[in-house]
Design a protein around this ligand. Sequence first.
Ligand code: COI
Length: 354
Amino acid sequence: MIDTLNIPVNRTPASRLAQTDFSNLPFGKIFSDHMFVADYADGEWKNLQIVPYGDISMSPAASALHYGQAIFEGIKAYKQKNGQIVIFRPVDNFERFNISAERMVMPVVPEEIFMQGMAQLINLDRDWVPTAEGHSLYIRPFMFATDPVIGVHASAAYKFIIIIGPTGAYYAKPIKVKMEMHYARAVEGGVGYAKTAGNYARSLYPTLQAQKEGFDQLIWTDAKEHAYIEESGTTNVMFVINNVLITPSTRDTILDGITRKSILALARSWGMAVEERRVSVAEVIEAAREGSLQEAFGAGTAATIAHIAQIGYKNELFTLPDPASREFSNKALKALSDIRYGNVEDEFGWNYTV
Ligand code: COI
C-alpha cells in the first residue's frame, strides 16, 4: 500500500531497546518505544499520530470502562533473513476488526488508517522486530469508547491505538484442556464472533476454575446443549481423526480465525481431507477413547499451533499421541513458519511487506 497519510511522529527521547532482553520474550509484557493513536469525534477520525509508548489519560466516565464497547485484534510481523519485515495477513485482521466494530456499534476504521498506522509504526520501531525463529512482533490494534457519559448508549467518541512488542511463544508447552460442560463463552445471537473485550472477561472465571483443577485451558461447547465444540480459550480448535482434519465451522458464536483459515488452506493444498462442520463432543471423546484421535490443537495468532496433550471430559482424562510424533500439525507449523520467515516462496500471498 502506498503511504498516503502523513502521520506526525513524536519520537521518544529515551529508547528502551538496549535494555530489552531478546533472549527472554514472555507474551504481552514488552512493548516497543512508540504507539499509533487516533481519535474519533464529530463523525470523523482525526489526530492521527505516532507517539512514545506510554500511559493515556481519559475520563473516569469513559463508556468503555462501564459498558465494554471495546474491540481488538492480534497480528504478527516477522523479520526475514534479508532484513525485510513482513506482516502476516493484516488485511484479514483489518476486515475482522471492522466486523467487530459493526457488531459493537463502533465506527469502522478506514483501511489506510489501520494499515498505514501499523506499517509506519513498525517501520519506525523496526529494530524491535525479533530475528530468532519462533519469535515475532505481536501487533495489538484496539478501539474503545471514550464518551464521558454514564448513560447506556453507543459512544460518539473513540480512541484507536496500535501497540507492538516482541514476543516468544504464548504457550511454553503442549496444553491440557478441559471440555467445558457448564459455562458458556457465547450464545447464538450474541457477540462470540466479535473480538470484543467482554468475550475474554467472561471466560476468566470458568478458566480459573479449570486451572484450579490442573488444566491450562478450556474447550468451549455450545451454550444450549453443551453437545458441540466451539473454540478454545485463546484459539480455534482442530482435530485429526482417521487422517481427516476436522474443525467447527464458523458461526456467530465462533471467532473466524486467520490462523485457522491458513491451516485449512495448507491442508487443502496438500490434498488432505478437511471437514468444516458442527463437531460433537461425543465424536471427539469417542475418537479419543478408541484411539483414532490422532491430533488435537489450538490455532490462533498468539499461540500459532498449540498442541493439546490431554483432554479432560467430565471425570475422565484422555492422553493423546505424543505431540512430537504428530504429522499434520507439525508439518503445518513448519509450513507457516517457512512462509513467514521467507524460507519458501509465499505462494498464497499471505505476507504483507512493510
Ligand atoms: C491472538 O491470538 O492474537 C489473540 O488475540 C488471542 C489472545 C491472546 C487474547
